[in-house]
Ligand binder design. Structure first.
Ligand code: AMP
Length: 381
């Protein structure tokens, strides 16, 4: 059985590594020849809009999935006429467009921040009047890791915001969203099988720096009612979209209520801790779902914290010396702002995990990165 993955980054790489015990083969397609999944799986270099490349991809795989959510929806459609594609192209299309996504959330009674579509400068003024300030102007499509966003603090920021993003109104579209002064960011990583079986991993708390995930802690401290809501929202989405595979629903938590931010239609950075912190990882369960195999347990093994390495890898020693320290180097060239690897620390109890984080933070001089999860671990128990 050969699984095709569109996109050859670290997600495809970890999918390929997790699929090896199942006896799976892979083919990865990416636009660049040095895509890091290519170190472990055959790599087809081509443009996602190139039908000849897509045809070759389809002819060499039994089933296709994604590591990259911005594969053009038409390409996913085209492929799905030739080979089974999971998640289905409609789910991908919804998740690619912040407007379609938020409209669906609202339709499913999933609370969202106020939002309005913007395609002209006059519509920006109208949106600011209805949504209010502060708010964020975002591109509807192709934004990720905080890119394609402009924070509008007061009406005086309308001109600079339009100056920064207005040119994209016609190409990728724009949306204004109310700024949420959240207390916490949470995500629920979920999986739905081909037969409709649905599971979630424990709720995860996330911290971002400059729009990029810095640390994730699981399980997040949350009362059962809150966690239940997050799971119910994810299940509603999965069922409406007839979703197959893993996805993440990112949520803001404010005053004990949840507001949905976005749906990531793929394995997700906030689920990397599942590799060592859960009975079955998000990568393995994604593959099981896509192949129609029974899903594995999503139960946690103690407490886990993932630290992202952005720009360049630190020295591995401090993490490797921990009782349960796990190292993931994606084999990428260093570059500012680029996700090049991560570490997961796992311990049986919160105090031990906080101590591990403190030690690693001190040795690597990353105290500011480990401080939020340490504070969360110490506050809760
Ligand atoms: P996104 O690409 O929409 O996930 O945004 C990246 C990060 O920017 C989020 O994880 C938040 O930390 C922040 N952010 C995005 N949208 C909002 C919002 N409406 N209110 C407050 N913070 C936001």
């Amino acid at each position: 059985m050969r699984v095709g993955i569109l996109g050859g980054g670290q997600l495809a790489r970890m999918l390929a590594l997790s699929g090896a015990p199942l006896g799976l083969r892979f083919l990865v397609m990416d636009t660049v020849a040095d895509a890091c999944a290519g170190q472990f799986a055959p790599l087809l270099v081509g443009d996602y809009r190139d039908q000849a490349a897509l045809a070759e991809f389809a002819s060499r795989v039994d089933v296709a999935t994604f590591d990259f959510e911005n594969v053009p929806a038409e390409s996913a459609e085209w492929l799905s006429a030739r080979v089974p594609v999971f998640p289905n192209p409609r789910a991908l299309a919804v998740a690619q467009d912040r407007l379609a996504e938020k409209t669906l959330f609202r339709e499913l009674d999933i609370p969202v921040p106020a939002f309005a579509a913007v395609s002209t400068r006059a519509e920006l003024d109208a949106a600011l009047a209805t949504v209010g300030v502060p708010c964020i102007l975002k591109t509807r499509r192709l934004g990720y890791d905080g890119k394609g966003q402009f924070r509008i603090r007061s009406l005086a920021d309308a001109d600079p915001a339009w100056g920064a993003l207005g040119a994209q109104a016609e190409t990728v579209g724009l949306i204004v969203e109310a700024f949420v002064p959240f207390e916490r960011e949470l995500s629920v990583v979920a999986v739905r099988g081909r037969g409709g079986e649905f599971r979630t991993w424990p709720l995860t708390e996330n911290w971002h720096v400059d729009g990029v995930l810095s640390a994730s802690l699981a399980p997040a401290q949350a009362d059962p009612a809150l966690a239940g809501k997050a799971v119910a929202y994810a299940q509603r989405l999965a069922e409406r979209l007839d979703y197959v595979g893993v996805f993440a629903l990112e949520l803001f938590c404010r005053d004990g209520a949840l507001l949905a931010n976005e749906l990531a239609p793929r394995v997700h950075n906030s689920g990397h801790w599942t590799l060592e912190g859960a009975e079955t990882s998000q990568f393995q369960n994604h593959l099981r779902a896509v192949l129609g195999l029974p899903l594995g347990s999503t139960a946690m093994l103690g407490h886990a914290c993932m630290l992202n390495w952005i720009g360049a890898m630190p020295a591995a020693g401090a993490v490797l010396a921990e009782p349960a320290g796990h190292w993931h180097d994606y084999g990428k060239a260093p570059r500012a702002g680029r996700k090049v690897g991560h570490a997961t620390l796992r311990r049986d109890d919160p105090a031990a995990l906080a101590a591990s984080l403190e030690h690693v933070g001190r040795v690597l001089d990353r105290q500011s990165q480990v401080a939020p999860p340490i504070a969360a671990l110490r506050a809760e128990r």
